[in-house]
Design a protein around this ligand. Structure first.
Ligand code: G6P
Length: 485
C-alpha cells in the first residue's frame, strides 16, 4: 500500500536496540523531527523512510506510533563513507563555517550518491500517484532530483536543517554543481533563516544559468518547473515542554538537582550534542576565567554542562572530547574544593523529563554555538521556563538569534564579551529577567513545530506544478495493496 505523504530522513524516528539474547526492540528516538511530523503523519497515513541507526541488514517495513516505517539498510562501509565521511566530515564542517576543516574524498562522494539513490528508490516505492514526499537535511541533498527522475508525478519538498554556507565556502566542494542540481529536483526548498535561502540562491546564480526571480528558480526542463525557495524556521513542541516542566515530578527533580549541587545561588547550564559547532570550549573558557577572577565562586555558583555523545567515530569529535575533558579537568582542579567543583560535566544523554528538570533548575542557560542552523535547546529552555525566572545567553550565530528577542546575544569568539554577558545574566534584576522571559515565551509558545510543519506543507501544496502524467510503472495505491495483502 502506498501513502499520500512520505517523509525521507537519514534516520528513522525509532532506534533499534538488540538485547543480549539477540532480541530486537524499537525505541522512539528523542529527536525533534519525530515530534514535528507525528501529527501530520498520523492524519495523512504517512510513511517514513530512514536508516534504523546501526549497520547491516534492514528489517522489513513495520508500523509504529501510527506511522509506516520503511528501513533503509546501510552497510558498515556505507556508515563509514556516507554517514561518518561525506555527511559528517565533508558537508557538516563545510556548512558550519569550516570550523573544522572539511575532508574531500572521491570515494565518500561515490558513497553519498549510492546511498542517496537508495533512499530515493525506497521513497519512490512508497508514494501514492501524485503524492507528496518531504525530504530532510544535508545527508540527502541528491534525493529530490533522483526521486523526480523516478517519479515525475510527485510533489517534492526538501528542508535543510543546518546552515547553508556562503558561496565562498560552498565553492570548495568539488561536487558543488551536482549538489545544487540535486536540490533543484524539489518543488519547494526550505531553509532555517532567510540568510540561508539567500546563500543558496547566490549559489544557484553562480553555478547554473537558471533564472531566479522573487525567490523562485525556473528550471530548463521540459515542461519547465518552478522551484520555490524560502525560510521556515523550525521550532519545538513547546506546549509539551511547558506541560512537562509543570509536572510535579519535574518540579521536585529540579529542586533535587539544585540540592545535589550544594544549593548554589546561581546555576549556569549548557546542553549540547558534543559537537565542535556548539562553542563548548569557548563557553568553558569564559566560565573558567570568571571563576579564576572570583567573579563566580564555588559554592555560590555552579555550571552544569551536559554534552551528549555524538558521531564518536569521526576524528574531529574525538579530538573535541579530549580537549574539553582536559580543559574541564584543569578548571575543576584549580578552582574546586572538596565536595564541590565549578563545572559538572556529564557526557550522557537524558530523557526529556530530566532535561525539563535541568532547564527549570537553571538560572542562566548558555547557548554559545559558533554556527548553528537553529538551536532547539534554546527554545526548549524557554518553553520549560514556566516561572519566567531564567535568562538565555544566546550566540548571534544561531538561527534562533533571528527570532528570540529577549535573549542576551553574544559573540562566542569574544571571550570578554561573553564573560560580561554571563555576569550581566547572573546579576540581572528580577523584573528584567521576567519581562525578557515573557517575551521569549510568547514567541516560542506561539511558533511551535506543528505550525512549522503545517506552514511548510501548505507552501509545498501551493507551488504551481505542470500537469505530469503518473508513470506507468509507478506503484498504485490499490495495486500495491493487493500485492502485499
Ligand atoms: C543535526 C542534524 C540532524 C541530525 C542530528 C543528530 O541536528 O541536522 O540531521 O540527525 O544533528 O546527528 P546524527 O548524526 O546523530 O543523526
Amino acid at each position: 500500500m502506498t501513502h499520500p505523504l512520505v517523509v525521507v530522513a537519514n534516520r528513522l524516528p525509532v532506534d533499534q536496540t538488540t538485547g543480549p539474547d539477540g532480541s530486537v526492540t524499537w525505541q522512539r528516538s528523542p529527536g525533534g523531527l519525530v515530534t514535528a511530523m507525528e501529527p501530520v503523519m498520523r492524519d495523512a497515513d504517512g510513511a517514513w523512510v530512514g536508516w534504523p541507526g546501526s549497520p547491516g541488514d534492514a528489517p522489513e517495513p513495520f508500523d509504529a506510533d501510527g506511522m509506516h516505517l520503511v528501513p533503509v539498510a546501510l552497510s558498515a562501509a556505507d556508515v563509514a563513507d556516507f554517514y561518518e565521511g561525506f555527511a559528517n566530515d565533508t558537508l557538516w564542517p563545510l556548512s558550519h563555517d569550516v570550523i573544522s576543516p572539511p575532508v574531500y574524498h572521491r570515494h565518500w562522494w561515490d558513497a553519498y550518491r549510492r546511498v542517496n539513490r537508495r533512499y530515493a528508490q525506497a521513497a519512490a516505492a512508497e508514494a501514492d500517484p501524485g503524492g507528496t514526499v518531504w525530504v530532510h537535511d544535508y545527508q540527502l541533498q541528491l534525493v529530490p532530483s533522483m526521486l523526480r527522475e523516478l517519479r515525475s508525478d510527485l510533489r517534492i519538498g526538501y528542508f535543510h536543517h543546518i546552515p547553508f554556507p556562503p558561496l565562498e565556502l560552498f565553492a570548495q566542494l568539488p561536487w558543488r554543481r551536482q549538489v545544487v542540481e540535486g536540490l533543484l529536483g524539489a518543488d519547494l526548498l526550505g531553509f532555517q533563516r532567510s540568510g540561508d535561502a539567500a546563500n543558496f540562491l547566490r549559489v544557484v546564480r553562480r553555478w547554473t544559468d537558471l533564472p531566479v526571480r522573487a525567490g523562485t528558480v525556473t528550471t530548463d526542463t521540459e515542461p519547465e518547473r518552478k522551484v520555490r525557495v524560502g525560510s521556515f524556521p523550525i521550532s519545538i513542541d513547546s506546549r509539551r515542554f511547558d506541560e512537562l516542566a509543570r509536572s510535579p515530578w519535574v518540579r521536585a527533580r529540579a529542586a533535587e538537582i539544585r540540592a545535589d549541587l550544594g544549593s548554589p545561588e546561581v546555576l549556569l547550564l549548557g546542553v549540547d550534542r558534543l559537537d565542535y559547532t556548539k562553542g563548548i570550549l569557548h563557553r568553558v573558557k569564559a566560565v573558567g576565567e570568571l571563576f579564576a577572577e572570583h567573579r563566580l565562586e564555588v559554592p555560590g555558583a555552579a555550571f552544569v554542562q551536559v554534552a551528549s555523545p555524538s558521531r564518536e567515530n569521526v576524528e574531529a569529535y574525538q579530538q573535541l572530547r579530549e580537549d574539553l575533558e582536559l580543559q574541564v579537568g584543569r578548571i575543576n582542579g584549580e578552582h574546586g574544593r572538596i565536595g564541590t567543583q565549578p563545572i559538572h560535566y556529564l557526557h550522557h544523554s537524558y530523557p526529556p523529563e530530566e532535561m525539563a528538570a535541568l532547564y527549570r533548575a537553571a538560572d542562566v542557560m548558555l547557548v554559545t554555538s559558533l554556527r548553528d542552523g537553529m538551536n532547539l535547546v534554546a527554545k526548549e529552555f524557554v518553553a520549560a521556563n514556566v516561572d519566567d525566572a531564567g535568562v538565555l545567553v544566546l550566540s548571534e550565530f544561531t538561527g534562533a538569534a533571528d527570532e528570540l528577542n529577549g535573549a542576551l546575544l553574544v559573540n562566542p569568539h569574544d571571550i570578554d564579551g561573553m564573560k560580561a554577558a554571563i555576569e550581566r545574566a547572573v546579576t540581572m534584576d528580577q523584573r528584567e529577567v521576567r519581562s525578557r522571559m515573557r517575551r521569549l515565551r510568547r514567541r516560542v509558545l506561539t511558533d511551535d513545530v506543528a505550525r512549522w510543519s503545517r506552514g511548510f506543507l501548505a507552501a509545498l501544496a501551493d507551488v504551481e506544478r505542470p500537469e505530469v502524467p503518473v508513470p506507468a510503472d509507478a506503484p498504485s495505491r490499490r495495486g500495491s495493496h493487493e500485492a502485499t495483502a
